[in-house]
Design a protein around this ligand. Structure first.
Ligand code: 5GP
Ligand code: ZN
Length: 139
């Protein structure tokens, strides 16, 4: 399940060289070419899925444990004091490469906060209604 036009398929399967920090039968973990911080890594499944909604469950359920393992190694090896796990789905969410990937971004004391948003006002009726439409869709 590879997509010949997908650059992350080529990287994940070793056709294009990368700075690999971990590899097993299902995943390759590489350093991001445009890092948010030193050690910023991308977990790439070797199979092509556009995003998390398309991923096989067996693949998806391994992503968080792998991210935790990598984050722990970054704290130990790089002196990071924390890390962000970020995963973008869709252009509006900032996804630019349409091959599922998870960012693991080490954070350092005094460094910039990577994942941030401006909290909006939300009243309780609105929160209730929003919760209901999502809950009803989930079934
Ligand atoms: P997205 O915005 O889709 O969540 O993240 C795509 C990430 O892939 C970006 O952080 C970008 O810097 C990184 N990236 C794009 N092309 C390449 C590449 O060819 N090699 C590596 N190592 N990273 C890439
Ligand atoms: Zn791909």
């Amino acid at each position: 399940m590879k997509d010949d036009s997908c650059i992350f398929c080529k990287i994940a399967n070793g056709e294009i060289p990368s700075n690999t920090i971990y590899e097993d039968g299902e995943f390759r973990v590489i350093l991001d070419l445009g890092p948010a911080s030193k050690g910023h890594a991308l977990i790439l499944p070797k199979s092509h899925y556009k995003d998390i909604c398309e991923a096989d469950q067996a693949v998806a359920e391994k992503l968080f444990p792998l991210a935790a393992k990598l984050g722990g190694a970054m704290k130990q090896s790089l002196g990071a004091s924390g890390f962000n796990v970020v995963q973008n789905n869709g252009t509006s969410a900032g996804q630019t490469v349409f091959h599922l990937h998870v960012h693991v971004i080490p954070r350092y004391d005094g460094g910039p906060q990577m994942v941030a948003w401006n909290p909006q006002e939300a009243n309780n009726d609105e929160l209730k209604a929003t919760a209901k439409v999502i809950r009803d869709t989930l079934g």
